[in-house]
Ligand binder design. Structure first.
Ligand SMILES: [Fe+2]
Ligand SMILES: [Fe+2]
Length: 189
């Protein structure tokens, strides 16, 4: 497992939560939206923390392009955090709360796409496999400290069990994932 695969796993787990949120929104299921909203916040708090504490500082100085992409990434995280703070003061499931969540989801989807399509390939070509594996260990350790789902909780499951979880959690592209990728993506807590 390398750092880029670990972070992409986080992205796909959140994409699954977004898909479930959109279904709950269409069904006007306030309880489900509230539950999923809390999970989404928890995931985003951990993910932005590990990127800002560990990943971004480690890759920012690799080249000038990354310096710029990372600085923009930090500001995109900031926008999401402002939305989360504003939402904390609103009634969960209320019209304003749902509108802010919809904008938050659009922002995060765009941000994750940019990381995967611009930042991560640039990181991969500017560093080596060993560094990316060491970074993954640091990210995984910090996630465990923060109480987030980690690969260690899933790696002993069979591929079939992992796929079942991925289906329940609406993880995109699950059918093309390896066992390791599934383990890095599902929430097996
Ligand atoms: Fe990010
Ligand atoms: Fe990310």
């Amino acid at each position: 497992m390398d750092a880029l695969a670990l972070l992409t796993g986080d992205h796909n787990r959140v994409r699954g939560l977004f898909a479930r949120f959109k279904t709950a929104k269409e069904a006007e299921n306030t309880d489900e939206m509230t539950t999923l909203g809390a999970k989404i916040f928890e995931e985003l708090e951990v993910h932005t923390t590990i990127e800002e504490e560990i990943f971004y500082p480690a890759v920012r100085n690799l080249d000038e392009e990354l310096e710029e992409t990372v600085d923009e990434g930090v500001q995109e995280h900031h926008v999401v955090k402002v939305l989360m703070e504003e939402m904390a003061a609103l009634e969960p499931g209320g019209d304003d709360w749902v509108a802010k969540m919809t904008v938050l989801i659009e922002n995060v989807e765009h941000h994750a796409e940019e990381e995967e399509q611009e930042m991560f390939p640039e990181v991969r070509s500017s560093t080596d496999a060993k560094t990316l594996e060491q970074l993954a260990s640091q990210l995984e350790a910090r996630k465990a400290e923060l109480g987030a789902p980690v690969m260690a909780q899933a790696i002993d499951l069979t591929k079939e069990a992992l796929l079942d979880l991925a289906r329940e959690q609406e993880i995109p592209n699950r059918s093309t994932m390896s066992k390791e990728e599934l383990a890095a993506t599902v929430d097996a807590r």
